[in-house]
Design a protein around this ligand. Sequence first.
Ligand SMILES: CC(C)(COP(=O)(O)OP(=O)(O)OC[C@H]1O[C@@H](n2cnc3c(N)ncnc32)[C@H](O)[C@@H]1OP(=O)(O)O)[C@@H](O)C(=O)NCCC(=O)NCCS
Length: 161
Amino acid sequence: MDYNIKKTWPDFWDYAEQIIDIENNSFPTPWSTEAFEAETEKHISNFWALVEEDNIIGYICFWMLEPEIHIINFAVKIEKRNKGLGKLLLKHVIETGINKKIEKVWLEVRPSNLPAISIYKKFGFYEVGRRIGYYRGTGEDAIIMKLNINQEIPDLKVSNC
Ligand SMILES: CC(C)(COP(=O)(O)OP(=O)(O)OC[C@H]1O[C@@H](n2cnc3c(N)ncnc32)[C@H](O)[C@@H]1OP(=O)(O)O)[C@@H](O)C(=O)NCCC(=O)NCCS
């Protein structure tokens, strides 16, 4: 199956319902439509969606704060997980960072989120600290992870690349 990656925010409004559905099925405290709407208005905010036959199957939202990137949302539709699509999205963001001479990529992740932590480590992210009680709702801590772009990025095999 072929996937397109849409790299512009305005498409969010064409797909908002699908995105909110993925979001609600992915997080204990999902973003609301208003939270996505607020992101569309920030010039630093980027939203890239993986699209299969006009269906959104995953997305990654990040802030481009040159010389840094901060990943703030990242999800793949449940039925489409474990097929390499999350790594595909992340790889595109990191490659864009390399092209733009980005030096660091940051993100926060729940300690209980083993699949996400596993992916991040495969790309070379490492833990640099914790934010205590960071996640509203559950009060779970956040692990802060960082990737130094000038380090060698593993050539991960991802589907449909
Ligand atoms: C995190 C997420 C985006 C990954 O998407 P995905 O398309 O399933 O990711 P991929 O298929 O590219 O990679 C999955 C990897 O997770 C690993 N994994 C899956 N389940 C795992 C588990 N229970 N424990 C540890 N690792 C696990 C797999 O080993 C796999 O790596 P591999 O293919 O190299 O073996 C997806 O799981 C998701 O949407 N989760 C809910 C939202 C979320 O947690 N987002 C991240 C917020 S920080």
